[in-house]
Design a protein around this ligand. Structure first.
Ligand code: SF4
Ligand code: SF4
Length: 355
């Protein structure tokens, strides 16, 4: 993330807007992964489920996504599902106009089918492929998006692998190392991210990591990042798994990302998981990456998170004033006075962990 992007994001926060948008562009998915939160009864807050929504297709979907983007003006758009590749033709139509708007676009998929032949070369387009462990476990959980099919479908692409670590994986010592040994030598793999399985409050599932397994995952990842440069997670980010945000109000990711479901209207709260996620057990890599930035102390004194909270409060008040005045309030953008030269500032991007 460059300084100019940070300043742009900060400007949106001060205006009470979300820098990042995530859209479930379809309710359909050919997979039936155990523990998938998208089809959980609580995902949309109870009442209706993802399958009940009227999703769009064809030109109506393309136009709908562009209308939402033009209205909310995110800096970063994450396209998820269901599986967004179910709407492959629509993606092919919407990607060029989205990129032309200067937005960073991320597609999160199971890679159950092939992708656009030009996608690997498009600037600001990122494809994230979800792979849940080594072949025997992955294929059992994620058929028809099996290892064989993924390997065929990512040929010629440049993708990020995202693996959600489960309790079952952590019961086998050396599992994460074997995973990295298999995937990182391949030229199609640009980088690898890991999340930890995040349950809903009250869940009891074998996927949930015990406290000991969580700690071992942290220790293993800190070691493995030294051996596998494609494991694109800093030690600071990995250590954040040991102290996740206490609540959605403390979660910078939840506070800076708006998530819309497949009708392009229903908001998913408090974060992309929906329902009542167990923040104390959160393992979302995007949340940890932003928590790592929030924990950083400017000048060794003032945590970035403190500045973020103050900025978010200002933004909230400004958004309220705008809504009270029916959108007529035209207060000046406090960042217009800043002239900032772009400079390298690490490589943190927004991430999401489904499909
Ligand atoms: S991303 Fe994690 S910490 Fe943030 S609100 Fe969701 S469950 Fe809680
Ligand atoms: S986790 Fe993703 S790929 Fe699996 S069923 Fe859910 S939406 Fe589909």
């Amino acid at each position: 993330m460059h300084t100019s992007q940070i300043v742009q994001a900060w400007g949106k926060i001060l205006r009470g807007e979300y820098p990042s948008l995530s859209i479930e562009i379809t309710k359909e998915c050919p997979l039936k992964c155990p523990g998938c939160y998208a089809y959980d009864a609580a995902h949309l807050g109870g009442g209706q489920t993802l399958r009940d929504l009227n999703d769009r297709r064809g030109q109506s979907l393309v136009d709908g996504v562009l209308e939402v983007v033009d209205r909310l003006k995110p800096l970063h758009l994450s396209i998820v599902g269901g599986d967004p590749l179910v709407r492959y033709r629509e993606l092919e139509s919407m990607i060029p106009p989205l990129l032309a708007r200067g937005i960073h676009v991320q597609i999160v998929t199971s890679a159950f089918r092939t992708m656009g032949p030009t996608w690997a070369n498009l600037e600001r387009l990122y494809v994230v492929v979800s792979i849940d462990g080594l072949q025997p476990e992955h294929d059992a959980r994620r058929a028809p998006a099996t290892y064989d099919r993924i390997l065929r479908n990512i040929t010629g692409q440049r993708v990020t692998i995202h693996c959600t670590i489960t309790g079952q994986m952590m019961k086998r010592p050396g599992y994460l190392g074997e995973f990295l040994k298999f995937w990182t030598p391949r030229p199609e793999i640009k980088k690898v991210w890991f999340s930890l399985f995040t349950p809903q409050v009250g869940d009891k599932m074998p996927e949930i990591l015990s406290a000991g397994e969580r700690q071992r995952a942290i220790t293993d990842l800190i070691q493995l990042r030294k051996q596998f440069p494609k494991l694109d997670m800093s030690e600071t980010v990995i250590r954040q798994f040991g102290s996740p945000p206490k609540s959605p109000q403390d979660c910078v990711f939840a506070q800076t990302t708006q998530t819309l479901s497949a009708d392009l209207e229903t908001k998913i709260t408090p974060c992309q998981f929906g329902g009542n996620p167990d923040c104390a057990s959160c393992g979302c890599v995007a949340s940890m990456a932003l928590a790592g930035i929030a924990a950083h102390r400017l000048g060794g004194i003032l945590p970035v998170g403190t500045i973020f909270k103050a900025s978010a409060k200002i933004g909230e008040n400004r958004a309220k004033k705008r809504s009270d005045s029916g959108g007529k309030s035209q207060s000046k953008d406090p960042l217009q006075i800043l002239q900032v030269k772009e400079a390298g500032c690490g490589s943190v991007e927004q991430r999401t962990n489904r499909p």
